[in-house]
Design a binder for this molecule. Structure first.
Ligand code: CA
Ligand code: CA
Length: 276
């Protein structure tokens, strides 16, 4: 009788410990979401959904280059191998060959809701293959090659066409005509005509894929509910465990964020590089 009473206590203690640990992790993840929300174009709820999505994705394997390419390909309809690898380099900010949760949220913030300035920085990084802050003809050729070969079919026939398009891009973007596109050349030209953003290769997801994702991801990847008791400091006196106080974190106490979360920012209109 004594043993079973002790056993009951031990199992109760274990359960409480597990519950505390779960609560601690949820709090930690919530506060991380709050921090990321301040640094990105996502509300806290949206960041939490992206965290859930990320957890599901890495449950099947680390977010390395190949995994990342699969995700971009299937989620955002980006199919160009060169561009997929370059996008991975942008996301992998600390260059450790993996995209971690923070890099995932920050990268998506630019990719899906970037400002024109952010898009300019993003695209320029993508095209600047050797990282010397200049775009040469060889880099443009490399970036434009795949998409044109795929759409045209026969490699030999399109080589000349690619060279033509490289020259057109150079003419439009190389303001001082020194044969290299500097960041300020690129920035000035794109601010003047945002259609030039992807003049050196399609590296942003199609507007439809972006809109589809932004309208559904918070419902597809619902974060666990979090109680006020878990996120409010005790001294406020507002902490309570009443079931009525369950909420989706961010929905009630972060009104400023809901403002940011609702409108889907319109991506700049895009045009195939072949049309420039
Ligand atoms: Ca990384
Ligand atoms: Ca370069």
């Amino acid at each position: 009788m004594k043993t079973s009473f002790r056993g009951y206590h031990l199992s109760r203690q274990n359960k409480m410990r597990e519950e505390d640990e779960r609560t601690r992790k949820q709090r930690q993840s919530y506060f991380k979401a709050e921090t990321l929300s301040r640094k990105t174009h996502f509300s806290i709820d949206e960041v939490r959904s992206l965290q859930v999505m990320y957890a599901e994705l890495i449950a099947m394997g680390k977010m390395d280059r190949l995994r990342f390419r699969e995700v971009m390909y299937s989620t955002f309809d980006i199919t160009d191998d060169v561009m997929l690898d370059r996008i991975f380099r942008v996301f992998d900010g600390n260059n450790d060959t993996l995209v971690d949760e923070t890099e995932w949220v920050q990268g998506l913030s630019t990719l899906l809701r970037g400002t024109l300035e952010e898009y300019i920085g993003f695209c320029y990084f993508i095209y600047d293959i050797n990282g010397d802050r200049l775009l040469g003809r060889d880099e443009l050729f490399f970036c434009l090659k795949n998409c044109l070969i795929r759409s045209a079919g026969i490699e030999e026939d399109v080589e000349e066409s690619i060279k033509d398009i490289v020259e057109i891009a150079m003419k439009k973007l190389d303001a001082d005509k020194n044969g290299k596109i500097s960041f300020s050349d690129f920035e000035t030209a794109v601010k003047d005509d945002p259609l030039l953003l992807e003049a050196c290769g399609p590296c942003l997801p199609p507007a439809k894929a972006v809109n589809d994702f932004l309208t559904t991801f918070t419902t597809t990847y619902k974060p666990p509910k979090i109680s006020l008791r878990m996120i409010l400091p005790k001294r406020t006196g507002l902490h309570t465990s009443r079931p009525g106080n369950q909420l989706h974190a961010g929905s009630a106490f972060h009104g400023s964020n809901s403002q940011r979360s609702s409108p889907v920012r319109k991506s700049p209109d895009r045009k195939s590089p072949g049309k420039h």
